[in-house]
Design a protein. Structure first.
Ligand code: NAD
Length: 499
């Protein structure tokens, strides 16, 4: 069968920083090469933001804040709707660009990443003028009202695994609630974020409201996190960096929101709908090559159905179409960088050393077409709950399989990591579904499904997975503060202190 690999988009994007509504060269003229994970060829050389550029971006965001805050909520919503429309109009280009830059299969960027980004902006467009306060009853003669105020200048630092989607998750609630933003995309995958800069200008979002400063984490990211002119940092990334962000924030006690790593338990009970569970569990770990914080990376199988499940699961795993992400038939593309593939390969070695059996995968695929890029086989291994691969985030197409006897045992295993982001279970017992969902210590649980995400539902974790929430109405709380106003409405009231 002839497969049609889609044309790579012509790279007519801006490669400069986006500050104060203009694309501009970096002060020190540093450059970052952006590579195509399919073959490691250079896609573009972009400007590298360093401290002086971050300073300029923060100054632009500070300058824009007072007037953006005063733009009516309905008008902010209207601009976000226009941005959602512009993303849809640019969908084909954005999908191919995201695929080229990250290695996500085109069928995913086209059907998930781009439409979800538009949907997220649309959701926050709708919410913008529904953020209201309250009027609590207080002592007679006084009016007390509470408003939700924008925090100010928000620094947003995001990773490389879903760059475009994170623009929606981060910018949507921040802009809807009247904040201005300095956004630092990951150095590996800045291209669709820079493209968004164009669209932001095109739809008329005022200059300085959004500033985009691609740069290295320890340089631009660290400076942004320490910056006295930044009122909040919204961070998505690893737990290790999350801790650094908290330390860096101490100088001006800025607010911090952390979306960190995960080690999702995906539990299949003996009464599970097995075929659906096999399919859902494959999506849980292999979608985006397992480079997802909510990946179902620990597969916990009841001993009664483990053999039947594994036979089907391994068959499905071995049939996954790994290949050029621009091919619409590809189900798994390359990992996003060579460095990251090394990390995943290292974990395969760790698993072997700790006694795991490799049930399938574990290597770089053999065919020559894979050798120039960052490919790795989908990998399934056996492991014990306390093994490193069951405790540490691998962040690749790598799933550990552990068998259990009963509900009590599996809950202990599920809750045995320091993470608490997502988890799920498969069962046909309604009571068990709710009971186990309540007992899993995570911010998100899926029953008879996995990795469902919607702009209307909060996304985030507990423990080493961080705090605060992206998405949902809950995120509005994370981008605003409560202001309490007291008014003496009764001139006859006695003075507070009697003399
Ligand atoms: P990372 O922590 O290395 O980098 C994330 C971002 O932080 C990048 O933009 C990077 O440049 C920046 N950064 C690095 N060092 C910094 C520093 N000292 N100061 C400020 N910024 C710094 O993470 P990664 O490897 O890019 O991404 C993978 C991680 O992200 C995984 O742990 C994954 O679980 C997590 N993640 C979490 C969520 C979530 O919503 N919970 C979503 C996606 C990814």
């Amino acid at each position: 069968m002839t497969t049609l690999v889609e044309a790579a988009p012509t790279l007519d994007i801006e490669t400069r920083l986006f500050i104060g509504g203009e694309f501009t060269d970096s002060v020190e003229a540093g450059r970052i090469a952006v590579l195509n994970p399919h073959d490691n060829s250079t896609l573009a050389e972009i400007s590298e933001a360093r401290a002086a550029d971050v300073d300029k971006a923060v100054a632009a965001a500070r300058k824009a804040f007072p007037s953006w805050k005063r733009v009516s909520a309905a008008e902010r919503g209207r601009l976000l709707l226009k941005l959602a429309d512009a993303i849809e109009a640019d969908a084909d280009y954005l999908a191919r660009l995201e695929t080229l830059d990250t290695g996500h299969p085109i069928r995913d960027t086209r059907n998930l990443d781009v439409p979800r980004t538009a949907a997220t902006f649309r959701y926050y467009a709708g919410i913008a003028d529904k953020v209201d306060g309250r009027v609590p009853p207080v002592e007679t003669g006084f009016l007390n009202y509470i408003t939700r105020e924008p925090i100010g200048v928000v620094g947003q630092i995001v990773p490389w695994n879903f760059p475009l989607m994170f623009c929606g998750w981060k910018l949507g609630p921040a802009l809807a609630t009247g904040n201005t933003v300095v956004l630092k995309p990951a150095e590996l995958t800045p291209l669709t974020t820079l493209r968004l800069g164009h669209l932001i200008n095109k739809v008329g979002i005022p200059a300085g409201v959004v500033n985009i400063v691609p740069g290295y984490g320890h340089v631009a990211g660290q400076h942004l996190a320490e910056h006295k002119g930044v009122d909040k940092i919204a961070f998505t990334g690893s737990t290790v960096t999350g801790r650094r962000i908290v330390q860096a924030s101490a100088g001006n006690l800025k607010r911090v929101q952390l979306e960190l790593g995960g080690k999702g338990a995906n539990i299949v009970f003996e009464d599970a709908p097995v075929d659906a569970a096999v399919m859902g569990s494959a999506f849980a770990i292999f979608h985006n090559q397992g480079q997802a914080c909510i990946a179902g990376s620990r597969l916990l199988l009841h001993e009664k159905i483990a053999d039947e499940f594994l036979e089907k699961f391994l068959k499905l795993t071995n049939s996954l179409k790994v290949g050029n992400p621009l091919d619409p038939q590809t189900e798994m593309g390359p990992l996003t960088s060579v460095g990251h593939r090394e990390r995943v390969l290292n974990y395969i070695q760790v698993a072997k050393e700790q006694g795991s059996r490799i049930l399938t995968g574990g290597k770089i695929p053999g065919a020559a077409e894979y050798h120039g890029g960052c490919y790795i086989e989908p990998t399934v291994v056996t492991a014990k709950p306390q093994d490193r691969v069951c405790q540490e985030e691998v962040f690749g197409p790598f799933v550990s399989v552990t068998r259990f006897k009963d509900e009590a045992e599996v809950l202990e295993i599920a809750n045995s990591t320091d993470y608490g982001l997502g988890g799920g279970l498969w069962t046909s017992n309604l009571q068990r579904g709710h009971r186990v969902a309540a007992a899993i210590r995570t911010g998100m649980v899926w029953v008879n499904t996995y990795k469902r995400v919607n702009p209307n539902s909060p996304f985030g974790g507990i423990g080493q997975s961080g705090y605060g929430r992206d998405l949902g109405a809950e995120s509005v709380m994370d981008y605003t503060y409560a202001k309490s106003v007291w008014v003496n409405v009764d001139a006859q009231l006695p003075p507070f202190y009697k003399r």
